[in-house]
Ligand binder design. Structure first.
Ligand SMILES: Cc1cc2nc3c(=O)[nH]c(=O)nc-3n(C[C@H](O)[C@H](O)[C@H](O)COP(=O)(O)OP(=O)(O)OC[C@H]3O[C@@H](n4cnc5c(N)ncnc54)[C@H](O)[C@@H]3O)c2cc1C
Length: 115
């Protein structure tokens, strides 16, 4: 702990092994953090088994997209988030279907963050 009551997340930190720096990840980290702060303020137990996920889409052509996804779960023994084995992965091929998913992902993430 560097400064009590100050919580740093997102691109500013290397949060955990195998955890990418992304907007999706920063959003998920913020939710875990806010949930823990709210629980502490309310005198309630903090969730000690958080599970968060990441997805990043990349347009590799005008309509062709690939993705990378991962799931991260808190490991009580190692006291850090670790990638969940067998969860997530990458696109097996370039796909125009994924362009629709990418646009929907962006729309939903923006709504989630700014609404
Ligand atoms: C080209 C590109 C494509 C990307 N594509 C994706 C994607 O498809 N999906 C995805 O999930 N992520 C993507 N990312 C990553 C994503 O943008 C970042 O991971 C995310 O923005 C990190 O959020 P953050 O709030 O931690 O940091 P930032 O968004 O960098 O926010 C930090 C803020 O702090 C401000 N700041 C800095 N210093 C100070 C200071 N001293 N005082 C006050 N303010 C300060 C900065 O101006 C900035 O506004 C992409 C990034 C890039 C560059």
């Amino acid at each position: 702990m560097a400064a009590r009551g100050i919580h740093v997340l997102g691109d500013s930190v290397t949060a955990a092994p195998g955890m990418p720096k992304s907007g999706h990840m920063a959003n998920q980290q913020a939710k875990v953090c806010a949930g823990a702060v709210a629980a502490l303020l309310a005198g309630m137990p903090v969730n000690d088994d958080p599970i968060i996920a990441n997805t990043c889409y990349s347009f590799v052509g005008a309509r062709e997209v690939i993705h990378v996804a991962s799931v991260h779960r808190y490991d009580r023994e190692q006291k850090t988030m670790l990638p969940v084995k067998g969860a997530g992965g990458v696109s097996s091929e370039v796909s125009t279907d994924e362009a629709l998913f990418a646009v929907a992902w962006g729309f939903n993430l923006m709504n989630d963050i700014f609404s």
